[in-house]
Design a protein around this ligand. Structure first.
Ligand SMILES: Nc1ncnc2c1ncn2[C@@H]1O[C@H](COP(=O)(O)OP(=O)(O)OP(=O)(O)O)[C@@H](O)[C@H]1O
Length: 617
């Protein structure tokens, strides 16, 4: 039996770089009910700029291998981004072209196109036949071409050429070739053969209408063109080159798609596989020998032999110019920029500075003693506030000593006499006020630091252009919660439970006769309200504070830290990481509902469990 001959292109297996092109689709008036104009535009054949959300008089610039502007034709996209990699599949090498980007940004248009404006797929297949034809019979090889077509829908591999088939397995042979036993393979000898199978099979693809795209692809569609060439003479060497042409499902923000039920489930699977794809691309481009996480999703598992190694890959990132796509565009550009090894600091989570601050011995000792005069304590807090610069200041350290003092006082009130208790309660009240004040300052500084991080650092380009401005509109402001760029997190990471102990104590003060089980049982059994009944029994400021801390873990926690939260297991933690990778940070804890499988009920239970469990300790 013929064996495939590995052909090295001299590249390091781990450092194969994915070429990244960005295509901006034309501005569509009907997509922009508010007539706000475009928020992104091309500068030249490699650069583009997008309005800085925090300061509409500025723009942020990006650099890519290729930028295709609104006027770029299907032919131009094909010629510059796809055609150059096709000859490799005639040498037993693999290649892949995949269209990535938000829903409605033009992936299907780019890959499939229409009969008037055929996209990458029909052009690439035509080109493959053209290349075969051009091969001189005297080159000593015979060529055969075959096709397979499948979709990955909800992490199931479905054969589009045989629509009744079930989920197909993905296997790897001893030479590390990826195989799908049972997948239909059609031999095709001319373009018309391809068309005959491809067109009806495309109709089998799962699409549905969402708020953002009437005919949105709900699956990743993968067309495989296999070129096998066999030597006419002995030893009849045989080489197989594979070309994957992939129309990915759109990355989605379900707050905007309004997805629910089945659409939400699809969306979770889509986002998870895109997240894994981004990890694979990152890890390939990092050039290190870290494990490439191909196996973490069906999509990357299937593309394993055409992403990295000697494969030639092109990612076409599709973006849309309308403001309603702003945050999706921003995420897509950041993903694409990452894929291209541009470290565009203002947009990566590296800007999230978490400064670990050790409390001094004195703070530890005095914080819990309850004997230190209040005045001196306030003075010290004020001094530390003034000493620190906004960027290095850590509000949590003073927060922490305040909390320690609160805990100590609250403990002592339990055992003290009436008169002494009254004095302590007074001090507790003052400390709580101080704490709130510090929190609001911390938030203000976080925002200021975030402002600085986006406007102050322009690592790759000097940015002076102000021409691309947002049109003034009476329309309501876009939902800030969707922002991808996060303010610097200047607060110290603290274990959730440590923070919630304070809450327990404060509850004791407020409703002393209330028992632990009172807090667990939600009167009326209603869990669906944003502010649940159990929650309303607690001091609102403390609830808010706890939410803030949970939010911090959700936004900055690693897998292990996320798993330290109640009701968050390995799978959910990974889904949260995946969500974060695609959408940026959670603007508020309630956004956790956007993560796959997190219903309102589960969210309510999650919040309750995290707060109550900490109280029980
Ligand atoms: N470059 C372009 N020129 C003209 N029209 C375009 C272009 N790109 C996209 N469109 C149009 O925009 C609409 C949305 O595009 P398309 O369906 O390709 O998006 P998509 O990214 O595949 O979305 P989804 O992920 O939801 O499937 C379509 O009507 C399409 O014809």
């Amino acid at each position: 039996m013929a064996t495939r001959v590995a052909v090295s292109d001299g590249g390091n297996k781990k450092t194969s770089r994915v070429r990244v092109a960005v295509r901006l689709r034309p501005y569509m008036n009907k997509e922009d009910e508010k007539s706000e104009g475009p928020c992104v535009r091309g500068l030249d054949s490699q650069n583009l700029e997008i309005i800085n959300w925090r300061n509409a008089t500025e723009t942020v610039k990006y650099h890519f291998d290729v930028f295709h502007g609104e006027q770029t034709t299907q032919q131009e996209v094909f010629l510059s981004s796809v055609k150059p990699i096709l000859p490799h599949i005639f040498n037993g090498q693999n290649a892949s072209v995949f269209a990535y980007g938000p829903t409605g940004a033009g992936k299907t248009h780019t890959m499939l196109g229409s009969s008037e404006q055929p996209g990458v797929i029909p052009r690439a297949v035509r080109e493959v036949f053209k290349l075969v034809k051009a091969k001189d019979a005297s080159d000593g090889w015979d060529y055969s071409i075959g096709m397979s077509y499948l979709e990955i829908y909800n992490e199931k591999v479905l054969d589009l050429l045989s629509p009744n088939s079930q989920d197909l397995p993905i296997r790897e042979d001893k030479d590390k070739n990826i195989l799908i036993p049972g997948l239909t393979h059609m031999n095709i000898s001319k373009f018309a053969d391809f068309d005959k199978h491809f067109v009806p099979a495309t109709l089998n693809r799962t699409t549905a209408s969402t708020k953002l795209n009437q005919r949105s692809s709900r699956s990743h569609a993968i067309l495989l063109i296999k070129v096998v060439r066999t030597q006419q003479q002995l030893p009849h060497r045989q080489q197989t080159g594979k070309l994957y042409l992939v129309d990915l499902a759109g990355s989605e923000d379900n707050r905007r798609t309004g997805n629910q039920g089945i659409r939400l489930k699809e969306s979770g699977a889509i986002n998870l596989s895109l997240f894994t794809l981004s990890k694979v691309v990152d890890s390939l481009n990092s050039g290190t020998s870290v494990r490439v996480p191909y196996r973490d999703s069906k999509l990357t598992r299937l593309l394993q032999d055409s992403l990295g190694g000697s494969a030639h890959s092109v990612m076409i990132t599709n973006i849309a110019p309308e403001y309603k796509y702003y945050f999706d565009t921003f995420s897509a550009l950041n993903f694409a920029a990452k894929s291209k090894l541009i470290v565009n600091k203002p947009f990566t989570r590296e800007t999230v500075a978490v400064v670990p601050v050790k409390r001094s011995r004195e703070e530890r000792e005095t914080g819990g003693s309850g004997t230190e005069p209040q005045k001196k304590k306030h003075k010290e807090e004020k001094k530390s506030e003034h000493d620190a610069s906004p960027s290095t200041r850590n509000h949590s350290s003073s927060d922490q000593s305040l909390m320690d003092r609160l805990i100590a006082l609250e403990k002592r009130t339990m055992s003290s006499q009436d008169k002494e208790r009254l004095a302590m309660l007074k001090e507790i009240k003052e400390l709580k006020e101080k704490q709130r004040e510090l929190e609001s300052k911390a938030m203000l500084f976080s925002q200021l630091a975030g402002e600085k991080s986006i406007t102050g650092q322009e690592p790759d380009f000097e940015n002076k252009t102000t021409a691309l401005r947002r049109k003034q509109s009476d329309a309501t402001k876009p939902n800030k919660q969707q922002a991808v760029v996060q303010p610097l997190q200047v607060s110290q990471r603290q274990p959730l439970q440590q923070l919630l102990v304070v809450k327990k104590q404060s509850v004791c003060i407020k409703k002393k006769e209330e028992t632990y089980s009172d807090l667990i049982e939600a009167p009326g059994g209603k869990e669906n309200n944003t502010k649940s009944a159990w929650e309303s029994q607690l001091d609102q400021s403390m609830v808010d504070q706890s939410k803030q801390k949970i939010l911090q873990i959700l936004n900055t926690g690693c897998l292990k830290e996320l798993k330290s939260l109640q009701q968050i297991g390995d799978k959910k933690a990974k889904l949260i990481l995946g969500w974060r990778e695609i959408h940026g940070h959670f603007a508020k804890v309630e956004d956790l509902i956007q993560v796959e499988g997190m219903t309102e009920k589960r969210f309510s239970s999650f919040m309750k469990a995290n707060i109550v469990s900490a109280m029980g300790k």
